[in-house]
Design a protein around this ligand. Structure first.
Ligand code: NAP
Length: 237
């Protein structure tokens, strides 16, 4: 059977690093993001017959149509990675309702929609593997990140529950929870200051998270697991 993986948020950062590893391992990839030009550029860098798709994970119709398009062009999806994110740091009292909604919709609802869409074919095939990207902030909380933290904590509860629902169909659902990783999302953070709290003394690289994602995607006897990849940050939080 072909290994077909859809990577939502695969055009940049951690999702893109996952795509690079999976391409080397012979997967056929759907690289999904809102900005099609960036997704296409990331896809052509991979070589091979991978495809880029434009989709807003927060929109049910978009997700549904994208799954149909992916299956039409690449075949049945048996692997799924959810790495799409938006992050708006602010104290709760200063956070606008629309910013709460957009973060929850992209970071949490989006993963629910893609997982539900994937379930249909994975149940039919009696197998599949999903990795949702959470965050150490979803486990430990952080100043100025209550909404982002809620969306990421939600990913853990959602993924563990779904893992229980679909294990008998041989579908696995796991979470990778990164600490501070060098991507566009963290480009405005002050690494010099923050790295003092990280036992390994630096931010992580997207590839270092990608290895954990690929490990969970391909581990036949692991489901409902949360794998923290944070340079030891959680030891200090
Ligand atoms: P990133 O570099 O900012 O990339 C985000 C990706 O998500 C892009 O491909 C972006 O493409 C896509 N995206 C954003 N909104 C979308 C939407 N509504 N629909 C579809 N795609 C959307 O982020 P990252 O740092 O790699 O983060 C990846 C995952 O790791 C996220 O779940 C994040 O919470 C988690 N994480 C990251 C860190 C870190 O330090 N970087 C730490 C902990 C957890 P478009 O903008 O074109 O849509």
């Amino acid at each position: 059977m072909d290994k077909v993986c859809a990577i939502f948020g695969g055009s940049r950062g951690i999702g893109r690093a996952v795509a690079q590893l999976l391409a080397l391992k012979g997967y056929r990839l759907a690289i999904v993001a809102r900005n099609l030009d960036v997704a296409q550029a990331a896809t052509s860098d991979l070589g091979g017959d991978h495809l880029a798709f434009s989709c807003d994970v927060a929109k049910e119709h978009d997700v549904q149509n994208t799954f149909e398009e992916i299956q039409k062009h690449l075949g049945q999806i048996n692997f799924l990675v959810n790495a799409a994110v938006i992050n708006r740091n602010s104290l709760l009292v200063r956070t606008k309702t629309e910013d709460m909604i957009s973060q929850l919709h992209t970071n949490l609802l989006g993963s629910m929609l893609t997982c539900r869409a994937a379930m249909r074919t994975m149940i039919q095939q009696q197998g599949g593997s999903i990795v949702n990207i959470g965050s150490i902030i979803g486990l430990k909380g952080n100043f100025g990140q209550s909404v982002y933290s809620a969306s990421k904590g939600g990913i853990v509860g959602f993924s563990r529950s779904l893992a229980k629902e679909v294990a008998r169909k041989k579908i696995r659902v796991n979470v990778v929870a990164p600490g501070f990783i060098r991507t566009d999302m963290t480009k405005d953070l002050k690494e010099e200051h923050l790295k003092k709290n990280i036992p390994l003394g630096r931010f992580g690289e997207a590839t270092e998270v990608a290895h954990a994602v690929v490990f969970l995607l391909e581990s036949p006897y692991i489901t409902g697991h949360v794998l923290v990849v944070d340079g030891g940050l959680q030891l200090t939080m």
